[in-house]
Design a protein. Structure first.
Length: 199
């Protein structure tokens, strides 16, 4: 059940993982309060063009958003807190599991994001690259908290400032991020979309 919840959450965040890889959570957020930015265009219903699953994003506070899946009856509902920030001329999203996730180590996950009126693209940090940076290069302090076969479960222990410095160093590294996943706005009745792929 735990792996199912993690996988569903990654899909919801646009982080379509290959195989059984799990993203590496950070115990600390990737932003400080003054780093948060507004993104009213993020609010609404979205989906990937080859998926029937709806992702709904609502504003829950100043510069803070809530992402939740609208699943089929046999699928678990996933909820993530979302905060956007700007660094190195790029926009990044901090996805955090809510208290309802039931995970052993709830944490924060980083993805690069591009947003326009009717679609947004998400490129999560590449799990294999990040694990290599942690285990072979000691790039950030981390904790090994479990195994699944040969797969290691790692968590990042670095404070926010250290995380931001790490991100600044690697923000433009194509090896550090996965291929983008594009979400398209689900068209509301009577609304108009600028892209033909808007649903």
């Amino acid at each position: 059940m735990r792996k199912r919840m993690v996988t569903a959450a990654m899909v919801a965040a646009g982080t379509l993982l290959a195989g059984c890889q799990l993203m590496v959570p950070s115990l600390h957020p990737l932003y400080e309060e003054g780093d948060r930015i507004e993104a009213p265009g993020l609010v609404g219903d979205w989906r990937v063009d080859d998926s029937n699953e709806i992702v709904r994003i609502t504003e829950i506070g100043p510069k803070k958003y809530w992402l939740e899946t609208v699943p089929d009856e046999d699928e678990p509902k996933v909820k993530l807190d979302v905060v956007l920030m700007r660094m190195a001329g790029l926009t990044f999203a901090d996805f955090a599991y809510t208290d309802e996730s039931g995970l052993a180590i709830p944490g924060h996950f980083l993805a690069r994001i591009e947003l326009d009126s009717d679609r947004f693209r998400i490129a999560p940090m590449k799990t294999s690259w990040l694990k290599e940076m942690l285990t072979e290069h000691n790039a950030l302090p981390s904790l090994l908290y479990g195994y699944s076969g040969m797969e290691k479960y790692l968590a990042i222990l670095a404070p926010t400032k250290e995380l931001q410095y790490f991100l600044l160093r690697h923000a433009g590294d194509p090896e550090a991020f996965k291929e983008e996943t594009t979400f398209y706005r689900v068209k509301q009745r009577g609304a108009q979309c600028k892209h033909e792929t808007c649903y």
